[in-house]
Design a protein around this ligand. Structure first.
Ligand SMILES: Cc1ncc(C[n+]2csc(CCOP(=O)(O)OP(=O)(O)O)c2C)c(N)n1
Ligand SMILES: [Mg+2]
Length: 399
């Protein structure tokens, strides 16, 4: 998909797209981990500064001052949202925007948003989410409106643990949507289907679908079947509990990386030479694992460092309070416990502070006052970390 996604195009998708985001250069491995740790610094976690779950992607449309960026110069994605299917109405909106920019001459001066409506809206959704009403309404709208939209369905046959037979008519979304297919001069969409582990087919199918939608300003459906999930739905569950041993064995064999490796080794490049050797691939695999481990650690350290700084400041204040308090030994015990935590979270720091405030209630000292002032600045900055930017702050783009 990334190979046919051009600058100016938009994605509206869901949490399975981290590889795509990396392939278009809008997500680094370190940023992925910063997202997982919910780093609240936008520089480290540009998708949502920790305000959304990991795997919720976005790109910026405005600069720091709220001025529109040139979206034609960027690969764009709408900000993901956790409710499955919620990407659909926005996808229709993005596709419709291309149509309006092409048809409405009054909009020709808005040069940062569209080049005569040539942009395609790329949608992604899981097979189970296609059972939602909003998916059907959106596909219907896309066909009636005739808009350039490429809808990819990543079909692993499950919605968490629920098998497709319980939620998709005929167990196939492309079959179920076949009545929407363009016939002769009718409106509707083009339907494409292939298996996710088949790189060459996936490549040519997406190429055809994107070319069709871009050229004819009509929607297409790309039904990608036989997707596997090496870790089940998420790392919070275990798919061994709901997949048969045959299915698990099949998933191992048809893992797209395993199959891609086979494809690389059995094909030649344009000059008739092998694309690369098994040894090359093994080196890539080892290097990639090492690189990812290194970057995950780096992201973790960067997440942890400000907390450790805050912990150090806190213990200093608590020791100062202890020096003037009748509860000295109790406070020093709190400090001791806090200092022992190797990987502290913010709660550890703040609850130690609050405990100290509780046991020293009624006591006053300059040290306690200084500590309370320190706590207030911490609280203010944490308030900003978790409460700002939940909605747009820039009023001018709303006008
Ligand atoms: C509206 C809504 N209902 C339920 C959920 C909980 N939920 C998260 S992912 C998921 C399964 C989605 O399965 P599918 O669409 O097939 O995507 P996959 O993860 O298999 O790629 C569910 C039910 C949700 N996020 N939003
Ligand atoms: Mg699924």
């Amino acid at each position: 998909m990334s190979k046919f996604f051009k600058k100016g195009d938009f994605r509206s998708g869901y949490y399975r797209d981290q590889t795509f985001m990396m392939a278009i250069g809008e997500l680094s491995v370190q940023e992925f981990f910063a997202g997982l740790y919910a780093h609240t610094d936008l520089e480290k976690e540009p998708n949502s500064a920790g305000r959304q779950m990991g795997g919720h992607f976005s790109t910026k449309s405005v600069d720091k001052d709220g001025n529109w960026l040139n979206l034609l110069d960027k690969k764009n994605t709408a900000a993901d949202i956790s409710c499955t299917g919620a990407q659909m109405p926005r996808l229709v909106g993005l596709g419709l925007a291309s149509k309006i920019y092409r048809q409405n001459k009054e909009l020709k001066d808005f040069k940062k948003f569209s080049n005569n409506g040539n942009e395609v809206a790329f949608g992604t959704i899981g097979d189970a989410s296609t059972s939602e009403g909003v998916f059907w309404e959106s596909m219907n709208a896309a066909c009636v409106l005739e808009i350039p939209l490429v809808m990819s369905v990543w079909d692993d046959g499950y919605g968490i643990s629920v098998e497709k037979k319980y939620q998709t008519t005929k167990e196939s979304i492309s079959t179920a949507l076949s009545g929407f297919e363009i016939k002769d001069q009718s409106n509707g969409l083009k339907i494409y289907k292939c298996n996710g582990w088949n790189y060459a087919e996936l490549y040519s199918m997406l190429k055809e679908a994107v070319n069709f939608s871009r050229e004819h300003h009509k929607p297409s459906l790309v039904h990608v079947e036989e997707i596997t999930q090496p870790q089940g739905h998420s790392t919070s569950g275990s798919h061994e509990r709901y997949k048969s041993s045959e299915r698990l064995a099949w998933e191992k064999e048809y893992d797209c990386i395993v199959q891609f490796k086979k494809w690389i080794l059995s094909n030649k490049n344009a000059t008739g030479k092998p694309i690369c050797t098994l040894e090359d691939l093994e080196i890539i695999e080892i290097d990639s694992k090492n690189e990812v481990k290194k970057l995950s650690k780096l992201a973790w350290t960067e997440f942890l460092n400000p907390i450790k700084e805050s912990l150090n400041e806190c213990t200093l204040h608590l020791k100062n309070i202890a020096s003037k308090s009748s509860k000295k030994s109790e406070i020093l015990q709190i400090v001791n416990d806090l200092e022992k935590i190797r990987e502290p979270i913010k709660k550890d720091v703040f609850s130690s502070f609050r405990k100290t405030m509780l046991i020293t209630r009624g006591e006053n000292s300059d040290e306690k006052l200084a500590a309370m002032n320190w706590f207030k600045t911490q609280k203010d900055s944490e308030f900003d970390n978790y409460n700002s930017n939940l909605y747009t702050r820039n009023q001018s783009i709303l006008l």
